[in-house]
Design a protein around this ligand. Sequence first.
Ligand SMILES: [Zn+2]
Length: 431
Amino acid sequence: MSFPTADDPRRIALLEAIEAREDELVDLARALVRIPTVNPPGEDYRACAELIGDRLARRGFEVTYVRGEGTPGDTDRHPRWNVIARKTFGAGPCVHFNGHIDVVLPGEGWTVDPFAGVVKDGRLYGRGSSDMKGGIAAAIIAAEALIDSGLGLPGAIEISGTVDEESGGYGGVAYLAERGWFSKPRVDHVIIPEPLEVDQVCIGHRGVWWAEIETRGRIAHGSMPFLGDCAVRHMGAVLERFERDLIPALAARHTTMPVVPEMARQSTVNFNSLHGGQAEPEGDQLPAPCVPDSCRLVIDRRFLAEESLESVRGEVVGLLDGLKAERPNFDYGLRELFSVAPVLTERERPVARDTARAVQEVLGREARFVCSPGTYDQKHIDRIGRLRDCIAYGPGLLALAHQPDEYVGIRDMVLSAQVMALAAWGLLTGD
Ligand SMILES: [Zn+2]
């Protein structure tokens, strides 16, 4: 392995060069934050893609813009523009840094302008500063410093800015992965600089299964409920069965996946929404007395690498079938909304190993391997691109994502750029 040793003067020079680019790194991250790429609806994607593309084109990258045509939300007003930049040094592996350029809406409660790029007390504030424009800027600075170091590296570096991660990634990484942009032989290693703290290497995430359960009844006058059949009462029985049987069973099911926060190191279910009977009356309108003939519950089930989608689905079906056998007139419908399989990259994979090693060498402390409680674009790289060599590593705090007064620490951006540069060096030249 040709991972550079601590006393290698080329390595010392590289880390110093990144240190010296702190102002440039902050300026780039601020410029990205100032483009309000809010999703939905997907504002200003082209402008943000071009900020990245124009900069890298000037540095000799070959830049391609790909529109996620026909994907959810793609219109002439809000086109889904992605940018991919590639710099090839010679034969050898390709290290790809992928970041999503979309951000969620700012929401209430900010004490600074969420799109001004305010810098104070060693932090850059703004929507997307942590999730994940600070990470994109750090990856770009890392790549540029590596190129300028004159190391004579083999292989290639790619940097992409992709859209719609916050709404499932269909117009972004999924669209590109379907067209071969995230598969071998084009790409060998992917690092996604999501905000997961500078000393953590994220190797995957739990699985997701969303489904809608509907209980059915029969409408009647509300003054004579015995003439109808109340779908809300049937749903009450479903909820009671979840509380009694499924929720305790899920809480007892633990994983070897190092999910953070630790509370998420088990199976979970969330009741996302519940609607029964007539729609909520508008204004001061009064409801009419009716027995509800339908009640719908949307569940968000997060599952573990140790569980299969079939078993996750099967235990909900079993619970509902059990009620059907016991409860008079109980009937239900089950509609699956979507699912994502759990993803877990082996810690021995070069991208996980070299990033962890770079953390150790830059920060002087051991990297922690973690998994995310929710999903991110790694799912598409894994499932569609069939590339296992993917991790998430970047500056910022996951707990700040989507919150008011989101910020990224400037020191963390610099340190993570050093880690990414060192990891890329190891991967490009390694065994
Ligand atoms: Zn993100």
